[in-house]
Write a protein that binds this ligand. Sequence first.
Ligand code: ZN
Length: 143
Amino acid sequence: MTVITHLAVGAAAGSFTDNAAGAALLGMLSHVPLDVLPHYEFDKMWLEVAAVSAVFAAMLVAGMGRTGIFWGAVGAVAPDIENLLWKVGILPRERKVFPGHSPRLSRVFPHGRSLGPRHVLTQAAIVCASVAVVFLSMRAGAS
Ligand SMILES: [Zn+2]
């Protein structure tokens, strides 16, 4: 799944708690099914890194650094750090450990088959639904 999709779903999952560790765990757990489902991977890695970094920076500037939303997003994105390290040649493929990434766990958690770029529309819908959950949780928290 694209990292932005992971970030959005993790933020939505984390919005259900104000506990940073719990939110990060929920975000990390959300990563597994999203990678196991068939999906499209964005191939412009550094553009994706820049976009995700910009979202995290915006969240910090907006004062969200202590929210479950932020930590859920962090937990959801963190597993893809090993994919980044693998793509730049620092980490061998067989050393990846996260379910959905690890070749050793591929029988139980196979990485979803690759879909074409049209799957971006599905991921955009997932991102929009996740952002809606985040905004609804922020409204509920403000009242
Ligand atoms: Zn992943």
